[in-house]
Design a protein around this ligand. Structure first.
Ligand SMILES: [Zn+2]
Length: 300
């Protein structure tokens, strides 16, 4: 079995010192491909350089077939606050210049929770949402022009994202990263040809809605991801103490763990194992189909 982490912020400072050891460990676990989205103009070159550096040096580190690192360029909705059209222009030029290196436009999207918090920065939720939509629209258009798939961030925003995807009808589709939501919401994306990113959410037994959704979806519509160093696994899976906070909605409870930087691409295997217990198919069948799904989106 071979694996691909379809969403990992491998350029994050949390990984910088241990990177060679970490990649060697990934390789031992047959995690042979890692897709690295960028999040803001600040880390565009970092992500591109990481991929180049790994391409040049990895064969020395691991001796055998090096792990392949695939960069993507995009601006994440969390980091738009101080950005304007000149940054979109920079992104557009760099995407065109790096067209043969990158495999997607991402990470892009709309975050409803961030819009609600905008009042803390003296902005109305409506203005913030409008700003996010402007960036999302531009980047979907860029993906369309360049015939690239997209990697999409969502939070409390399925109803806001869907009209844009219907508007652009991207030929190469993409991944709805870190999917959580209902069966109906999932099928809305799948009907448009998108795959859904399956990450650490499924390791939390309290994420019942998402787990029940992923159980019933076509296997052809799923992709594995860690989102490392964000989204740590449940302590139920890692064996650490279980969180006792039971207040709030499922989504809010999951969001309380996002800030703890304890996730790593090696956890992809644990996520895969949990998915295998949820799905009716054999582990081999799941692994093969998930690799096929990644190839279909990014490598055809
Ligand atoms: Zn991410």
């Amino acid at each position: 079995m071979q694996f691909t982490d379809s969403h990992c912020h491998l350029d994050d400072i949390a990984f910088s010192e241990q990177l060679p050891a970490l990649l060697a460990q990934c390789q031992q676990l047959a995690i042979n491909r890692i897709i690295v989205p960028s999040i803001a103009p600040d880390n565009f070159t970092q992500v591109l350089n990481l991929a180049k550096r790994c391409r040049d040096n990895l064969s020395n580190i691991t001796n055998t077939n090096p792990i392949k690192i695939y960069p993507c360029l995009g601006i994440h909705p969390w980091f738009l606050q101080a950005l304007n059209d000149s940054h979109l222009q920079t992104l557009s030029e760099l995407v065109i210049k790096s067209r043969n290196e990158i495999i997607a436009v991402g990470e892009i999207g709309i975050d409803g929770a961030i819009a609600k918090q905008a009042v803390n920065h003296g902005q109305t939720p409506e203005d913030n949402l409008h700003h996010q939509q402007h960036f999302f629209d531009f980047q979907l258009n860029l993906a369309k022009q360049q015939n690239l798939p997209v990697i999409i961030h969502h939070r409390q925003s399925h109803d806001k994202i869907m009209p844009f995807l219907k508007k652009y009808q991207l030929e190469r589709k993409g991944i709805i990263h870190g999917f959580s939501g209902s069966y109906q919401q999932a099928m809305g994306y799948i009907d448009l040809g998108f795959k859904l990113g399956v990450g650490s959410t499924i390791t939390y037994s309290r994420a019942k809605k998402t787990i029940n959704t992923l159980k019933r979806l076509p296997l052809e519509s799923l992709a594995l991801e860690t989102d490392a160093p964000s989204m740590p696994l449940s302590r139920e899976v890692t064996g650490e103490e279980v969180l006792t906070n039971n207040e709030g909605t499922e989504q809010e409870k999951l969001e309380t763990v996002v800030s703890s930087p304890t996730n790593s691409p090696v956890n992809l295997i644990k996520i895969f194992e949990v998915l295998s217990t949820i799905r009716p198919e054999s582990s081999e069948e799941i692994a093969n189909q998930l690799e096929h799904n990644i190839n279909q989106i990014f490598f055809t």
